[in-house]
Ligand binder design. Structure first.
Ligand SMILES: Cc1ncc(C[n+]2csc(CCOP(=O)(O)OP(=O)(O)O)c2C)c(N)n1
Ligand SMILES: [Mg+2]
Length: 270
């Protein structure tokens, strides 16, 4: 009985309901794509208002999802891309599609901030005739930007680097506001710093973009210009909306165990 069962499995292995499964995948994918095109903003968890406030505070600015749609429109179909660890990059994982393999470099399970920029430099060295675009948040880019001091040398091939400028360590802030009643500490970045200007200072091309159209055009142009030896840093000015926190499933709201009493403290020495 078992034998004949396995034999029939082998003959038809994988073909059972194949068309039905294909149709389901197709249907699920296109429904998801349709949903993505209609999503502009991030939701707030009950009891928090960060995203609502962020939209109000920076009314004219693009949200992360608006930026990613503009990127979708400007990214060459044969591009190699790299990603980083952060909230904008995590939102972005849903957007690009690939027609071939070996096109997507992601930091993976170690989750190191600062992966996107060096990874895309390496990709271009490996595939000098393919357009390459790296992505990083402004915090992660800040801890890897020292390569800007080397990548303009003549023997280095050209890349495009997109920097999501939301002036915060967004992913860290997202967990903080979720578990600490909309509060955060230590997650603000310097609003005076311009990565586009740093690029210019390194003899590279720096562009600041504020709209979807500017972003799409800058991306297309920079990929063209890679052929002429131009490396471009696109600094994308964004509002401070934040998407899903990472590892929501693995964390719990902190509970007070003992608490702190001022009387337990030693008096401060003067
Ligand atoms: C080397 C390293 N340091 C710290 C972290 C923790 N970490 C994960 S995401 C993140 C914030 C990233 O901020 P940013 O690059 O500005 O992206 P955003 O979340 O704002 O889009 C940090 C500090 C990490 N993953 N890797
Ligand atoms: Mg950031």
């Amino acid at each position: 009985m078992h034998n004949s069962y396995y034999q029939s499995c082998q003959k038809n292995a994988g073909n059972n309901d194949r068309e039905k499964r294909k149709a389901l995948i197709h249907q699920t994918k296109s429904a998801w794509l349709q949903k993505l095109t209609s999503l502009d903003h991030e939701e707030d968890d009950p009891g928090t208002t960060w995203n609502k406030d962020a939209r109000k505070r920076d009314k004219g600015r693009m949200s992360p999802r608006m930026a990613w749609r503009a990127i979708q429109a400007g990214l060459p179909s044969n591009a190699i891309i790299s990603s980083d660890i952060g909230n904008n990059c995590a939102i972005g994982n849903a957007y690009p599609t690939f027609e071939e393999g070996r096109k997507y470099l992601a930091p993976g399970l170690f989750g190191p901030c600062g992966y996107g920029f060096p990874a895309i430099l390496g990709a271009k060295i490996g595939c000098p005739n393919v357009p390459v675009v790296g992505f990083a948040g402004d915090g992660a880019f800040g801890i890897s930007m020292n390569e800007m001091s080397s990548c303009n040398r003549k023997e280095w091939p050209s890349v495009t680097m997109v920097i999501f400028r939301n002036y915060q360590w967004g992913a860290e802030k997202r967990n903080s506001i979720l578990w600490f009643d909309d509060n955060f500490v230590g997650t603000e970045l310097d609003p005076e710093l311009s990565y586009a200007k740093v690029a210019e200072g390194c003899g590279l091309k720096g562009v600041q973009v504020k709209t979807q159209q500017e972003l799409t055009e800058a991306l297309k142009k920079s990929c063209e210009e890679q052929k002429k030896g131009v490396t471009t840093f696109i600094e994308v000015i964004l509002n401070q909306e934040l998407g899903e926190p990472f590892r929501r499933d693995a964390m719990k709201k902190p509970v007070k165990v003992a608490g702190i009493n001022a009387k337990d403290m030693r008096p401060q020495r003067t």
